[in-house]
Design a binder for this molecule. Sequence first.
Ligand SMILES: [Zn+2]
Ligand SMILES: [Zn+2]
Length: 324
Amino acid sequence: MVLTTIGSPLEFEERPDPVPGAGQIRVRVEACGVCRTDLHVVDGELPDPKLPLVPGHEIVGIVEALGEGVDAPALGTRVGVPWLGHTDGTCPYCRSGRENLCDAPEFTGYTRDGGYATHVIADAGFAFPLDGFDDPVATAPLMCAGLIGLRSLRRAGDGGRVGLYGFGAAAHILAQVLRWQGREVFAFTRAGDDRSQQMALSLGAAWAGASEDMPPSQLDAAIIFAPVGALVPLALKAVRKGGRVVCGGIHMSDIPQFPYELLWEEREILSVANLTREDGREFLKVAREAGVKTTTTTYPLAHANEALDDLRNGRFQGAAVLVP
Ligand SMILES: [Zn+2]
Ligand SMILES: [Zn+2]
């Protein structure tokens, strides 16, 4: 499913199977999650995507061909292909353990073709082995919503009371990790979104309410997954002195002006960009130990436009997953 023009629907296209170059693998896609970032790409909210482009960066599949010089992952094994597709390995960020901030990165489904397809090419060193993850559909949302969620959580610190603004794919995974870690979850959704609030409570949230509501007790940290800048001052209001507000998305509407007193008393606002491979390995370990279970709605690959539309309009709970 190919994006040829920003703002237009994806088009179904038949192509020959891609051939992996040196250091690359070809993966037969079993499932690909639909991430909010894909919406930002097709809507033109992120600059300079490769065009034409196959979107999708929550890919689970089977290694089907190895390029020159690749000896792992092995043929026939299941791997995950995430957003971070390639780094230069030489810039100051890569050399200081922050490859998520690489100066010359490539991103799956943005600057290179992704997983809204039957096959995808990936750099062998950037695919995660998925031994023990037997359900490709259930695993696909972990590849971005999960591991960027965990990176957001690390930025939030280890306080016991964590607010999650926007209870979609990332929050429904992170809530399970937080409960497993023994922390309290406070879920904030659009006013009147009873289904998302119910889902949060069913996953062990201590409280669920509207984003404009104040939680019953002050939060140690808040993570904002909804791409809505107006949530930043609301979240600042809900965190205690010295608390943190983490913006977990790649794009957000403008943050409105707010009084300095909301930030004062050493409250902090942070953002999260991309992932490191270390994040991925750590998250997959946590997901397995915590027994994270995803809620998914599947769509046939050719219905990718419908899945994007349903995400845009909040028509499902949890995560959408495309199946070729
Ligand atoms: Zn770099
Ligand atoms: Zn994503």
